[in-house]
Design a protein around this ligand. Structure first.
Ligand code: GDP
Ligand code: MG
Length: 477
């Protein structure tokens, strides 16, 4: 299934002349790729009919091969987007501070596991208490990581968010959540001693409700000695904390298993949305389509890495672009434009320098800075066809750390050094030692910066020689 994407790409690119035969074969290939990826047959049939109808009405005899292929690509792209688009936004809970003071809660008694416990419930409309989100999903799918990511997402939007660790099964589960929460400055609740996850969930939620938290996120365990036990536990926690939203976390690369897994969880935990994780890996989550299709539940976010900020609202268009490998060029263009480099004095200066065949260390630093401004590198890379594979081999975090480090090293250089071509470091190696001391980096890293700069400088020179009238898109004059 990892190759649903490559099969779709293959089908699209197999159209050469644009003959009816070719187009029919392409539609067949697309449908069988989707069917084998466990996409519901009814959905595939509907998709096929839609594609055929659109081709009939949009492609005419006047279209040349190039136009035909472009239109085909657009039709397929739109229809695939339709498959994963639920047209739903991530839930926007109301902030408690914005709600009426008159709202009241009442205490009711519930029986869980034969024990009687008191639970606070809203007596008014259901939106006047803390918004409780419960996470479910298999162990290793990324629940604990995604809990914190979601908490940070809402915290950035001004919500008061608390995390509850109701995973007593996995050793170290509480520590993991705690460390994540501390890193992100999110209040958390959990216990090293208590073995009953239902009890912890209950206590944590009650505590944060008392403290008027806007959102309470409950992390649960993912596996048990017996599967039935896991589902029972999930149901008990759910009955106890009565979540406003249950989110299923699914590993984006699981493929064939996606449908049955999603169905099993849907039956017992009736989740209302899905978070798809590990979308940074090689498998581009064809399973997601099946999960959405099997449960008719929207994907609301996707995880794109292990870091807290590697998290974004799910956009069908971006997802399908990746699957088809056509690159989200529009997104890339928008991102570059948002940098507004044309008005950036540093950028102008760099372009002028390059035009003259010059490329100083400062120019190099400017370039790296611009690159970093564009946001997470894998996001950028994934917008450019063919780039994402290269990026995933190097590793996002590593690359961006390296670049940040290079910028940092150059901050320890003098103006004279920055505005030079770097030769003075060769003539006076003591300068390297000084920069190393100043930046706290080993000398070998300074040498690497200089070496990288030399490479780019050589490229700039040859570009200027080949293009004496100026640099494409450069600030003229
Ligand atoms: P849980 O057992 O469901 O709570 O899963 P965890 O949150 O502990 O995650 C399992 C592993 O997957 C950890 O090593 C995480 O760092 C990793 N992980 C989670 N989300 C992502 C993601 O979006 N991308 C990548 N690359 N790794 C992730
Ligand atoms: Mg966990």
């Amino acid at each position: 299934l990892a190759d649903l994407g490559s099969r779709l790409r293959g089908a699209l690119s197999s159209v050469e002349s644009g003959s009816d035969d070719e187009i029919n074969q392409m539609i067949k290939d697309i449908c069988s790729a989707l069917l084998e990826a466990d996409v519901n047959i009814k959905l595939v049939v509907r998709l096929r009919d839609n594609i055929k109808n659109k081709i009939k009405s949009e492609i005419t005899a006047h279209d040349n091969t190039m136009n035909k292929r472009k239109k085909l690509q657009k039709i397929i792209y739109d229809e695939l987007c339709g498959l994963v688009d639920s047209h739903e936004e991530p839930p926007k809970p109301k902030k408690l501070s914005a709600q009426k003071k008159s709202a009241s809660t009442q205490t009711v008694t519930k029986t869980i596991n034969g024990k009687k416990v008191k639970v606070k419930q809203n007596s008014g409309p259901s939106n006047i208490s803390s918004y409780v989100i419960m996470f479910v999903g298999l162990q290793g799918s990324g629940k604990t990581t995604s809990c914190t990511k979601l908490a940070v997402y809402y915290k950035k939007r001004g919500y008061k968010v608390g995390l509850v660790c109701a995973d007593t099964f996995r050793a170290g589960a509480f520590d993991q959540l705690k460390q994540n929460a501390i890193k992100a400055s999110i209040p958390y609740y959990g216990s090293y001693l208590e073995q009953d996850p239902v009890k912890i969930a209950h206590e944590g939620v009650e505590k944060f409700k008392d403290e008027k938290f806007d959102i309470i996120i409950v992390d649960t365990s993912g596996r048990h000695r017996q599967e039935q036990q896991l589902f029972d536990e999930m149901v008990q926690i759910s009955e106890m904390v009565t979540p406003d939203q249950t989110i299923m976390v699914m590993d984006g690369s699981i493929g064939q298993a996606a449908e049955s897994q999603a169905k099993a969880f849907k039956d017992s935990a009736n989740f209302g949305s899905i978070i798809l994780t590990k979308m940074d890996g090689h498998a581009k989550g064809g399973g997601a389509i099946s999960a959405v299709a099997a449960t008719k539940t929207p994907i609301i976010f996707m995880g794109t890495g292990e870091h807290i900020n590697d998290f974004e609202p799910f956009k069908p268009s971006t997802f399908i672009s990746k699957l088809l490998g056509i690159g989200d060029l529009q997104g890339l263009i928008e991102q570059v434009q948002s940098l507004n480099l044309q008005n950036d004095e540093n950028h102008k200066k760099t372009l002028e320098n390059i035009k003259e065949g010059k490329f100083t260390l400062r120019d190099f630093q400017n370039q790296l800075n611009n690159f970093m401004k564009m946001g997470p590198l894998t996001n950028i890379a994934s917008m450019i066809p063919g780039m994402s594979n290269i990026m995933s081999q190097v590793g996002e975090e590593e690359t961006s750390e390296k670049i940040k480090n290079m910028i940092f090293i150059m901050d320890s250089m003098t103006t004279e050094e920055l505005e030079s071509d770097g030769r003075l470091f060769v003539d006076q190696p003591s300068r390297i030692i000084r920069v190393a001391k100043g930046s706290g980096c080993p000398a070998v890293e300074i040498e690497m910066v200089l070496q990288q700069h030399r490479m780019m400088s050589t490229m700039a020179k040859s570009a200027a020689a080949a293009n004496p009238d100026g640099v494409p898109g450069g600030a003229g004059g």
